[in-house]
Design a protein around this ligand. Structure first.
Ligand code: PHE
Length: 543
């Protein structure tokens, strides 16, 4: 405010040292004052209220002794003044002089006064030799006090410094002029135009802070989806686009019954070994499944039925009831298919089982009305969730991973509905009974154009097909999944009518993610070694 008021009155402050800082009676001189002034100047400059120039100076200031000389005269002058003029009084003895002017002044002053010819001896005492003296030291110090220097008299300055009457100071002073936005108001400029300012009209007189377009801006903080979650989302969207409904897959723990028996996986199958499957120790056993269904499953295993000879091996209830961590999401699919067949079993169902069933059968598409109402409703289901296997872990295997699984249930489906034909043989995407094949469409949507199928073996599907995709960057075919048509030994004990066929295919989520983003060690994608920065900057997350 002081700066603003001063230039308001004078339009220029030519030397900030003349400013009196509020709360101080002396003009600004101390180091603290200099800093206060510089801070105020910079703050006003940033608001364009002033402009200033800096001047570097070196100046002199009086010491305490120097200041005393300015007010009381030099030591020699004080000695001279204490003496009588020659012949006009009793000469003063050195002892008396000491008493009168003090030890220090008497000692220093006598020598210099003698040298100047101001005083002389008379008997034992001292007397004045001149009527007047010119106290040069006092005059010089007065000049230093007011101007900080002695004009063009470096030698004298050096002499006064040596006598410790003055000290040299380095400092700055400023010339201050009005700036473009000069005002005597120090009110902080506004940063926002508010409703209040508009209604009160205060905006007309307010000063606003200028935009700083050079400011770097605060770094943005943001979360990032893990690449696996990102790819999971993409795949989920593909399924949804294709009219699939998501199955609930929240139970990681299943029984041997649902994970294997219901799928017609023999109880002696190596996949059920301790080396491959994690079994629970507490609790060890599941609640028994619905007794009639359980009976049909155990019978088809032990003795056959539904056109099958069965495995003809003794049935173990204990094996069936063991709790385990599901080794594939097909365990969840089995649960859902069993629910889907509830009406076919003649059970009264409320909502739930129909939740995932699609109302229209493909047989309806051919114009024939579905005469027999055996309760079956076609369904397209999918899931993407975690499964567990007792694997030896290495760069591409972990004990847990994600499976993507699709299931399609309808009457009289054929293998062609599952795998379709290569796109070059496809007619335009119109015919009702299109042979596009779910998997081909699905993988195409994932960006995999070339797919190939190889006959394989699965205990629960017949035929079974391994799925291979051509990887243009790796320039070779890589296995991406497994598929097949579920066996009658699995579907019929559930209660599905004989003409209902169910397709299934499964793949891991990790594999395509790793291939797609060129990740060759699974540990950089999953687990405690994953770097958060790596995830944030991963192309999988950015695009
Ligand atoms: N469950 C199989 C697997 O773990 C995948 C699959 C699902 C195969 C459905 C056929 C049908 O590899």
């Amino acid at each position: 405010q002081l700066i603003l008021d001063t230039i308001d009155a004078r339009s220029i402050i030519d030397d900030t040292r003349t400013l009196t800082i509020p709360g101080q009676s002396q003009p600004a001189a101390s180091h603290e004052d200099q800093i206060t002034i510089l801070g105020a100047l910079n703050s006003l400059l940033s608001r364009d209220m002033i402009v200033y120039e800096t001047h570097d100076i070196s100046s002199h200031a009086l010491t305490a002794e120097g200041s005393q000389i300015v007010t009381e005269g030099s030591h020699e002058a004080r000695v001279w003044a204490a003496l009588p003029e020659t012949g006009q009084g009793t000469p003063v003895t050195p002892a008396q002089l000491k008493k009168q002017v003090g030890d220090e002044t008497a000692k220093v002053g006598q020598g210099r006064a003698f040298k100047n010819g101001w005083i002389g001896k008379e008997g034992d005492g001292l007397v004045k030799l001149t009527g007047t003296v010119k106290d040069v030291t006092q005059i010089d110090l007065k000049e230093v006090a007011s101007s900080g220097t002695l004009k063009a008299r470096e030698k004298t300055l050096a002499d006064l410094r040596k006598r410790k009457l003055i000290v040299q100071r380095h400092g700055q002073w400023f010339t201050v002029r009005k700036g473009a936005a000069f005002s005597t108001s120090t009110a902080k400029p506004e940063t926002d135009l508010t409703v209040d300012m508009l209604t009160s009209g205060a905006w007309k007189t307010s000063t606003f802070k200028k935009y700083n377009f050079d400011a770097e801006g605060a770094p943005t903080e943001g979360g990032a989806l893990h690449p696996l979650l990102k790819v999971r989302e993409e795949i989920r969207n593909i399924f949804l686009e294709m009219g699939f409904a998501e199955m609930p897959t929240s139970s990681f723990v299943e029984s041997g019954f649902w994970c294997f028996d219901a799928l017609f996986v023999p109880q002696q199958h190596p996949a059920r070994d301790l080396q491959d499957t994690f079994y629970l120790s507490d609790p060890k056993e599941a609640l028994p499944p619905e007794p009639e269904y359980y009976k049909r499953v155990s019978t088809v295993h032990e003795y056959g039925g539904f056109g099958s000879t069965g495995y003809r091996a003794p049935w173990s209830h204990a094996e069936s009831n063991k709790l385990l961590l599901r080794t594939h999401t097909t365990a969840s699919s089995a649960h859902m298919l069993y629910k889907l067949a509830a009406k076919c079993r003649g059970e009264k169902v409320e909502g739930d089982a129909d939740e995932f069933a699609h109302g229209v059968s493909t047989t309806d598409n051919e114009g024939k009305k579905d005469e027999k109402d055996d309760g079956f409703r076609p369904a397209k289901l999918f899931s993407i969730d975690r499964v567990f296997r007792n694997e030896t872990m290495d760069a591409t295997h972990l004990a847990e991973f994600h499976q993507v699984e699709g299931v399609v249930a309808d009457r009289n489906l054929t293998l062609a509905d599952l795998i379709g034909r290569p796109l070059k043989f496809q007619k335009p995407f119109i015919c009702a009974k299109q042979i596009l094949g779910f998997m081909r469409v699905f993988f195409n949507k994932m960006g995999i154009e070339k797919v190939r199928f190889k006959p394989a073996y699965n205990p629960y599907t017949e035929p079974s097909l391994e799925i291979f995709a051509f990887h243009p960057m790796l320039d070779r075919w890589v296995e991406v999944g497994n598929s097949g048509m579920f066996r009658p030994e699995m579907l019929e004990p559930m209660g599905f009518p004989k003409d209902v066929r169910v397709h299934g295919w499964g793949l891991s989520l990790e594999r395509p993610t790793m291939i797609r983003y060129g990740i060759n060690n699974i540990r950089t994608l999953v687990g405690h070694k994953v770097s958060i920065e790596g995830i944030e900057s991963s192309p999988a997350v950015m695009f």
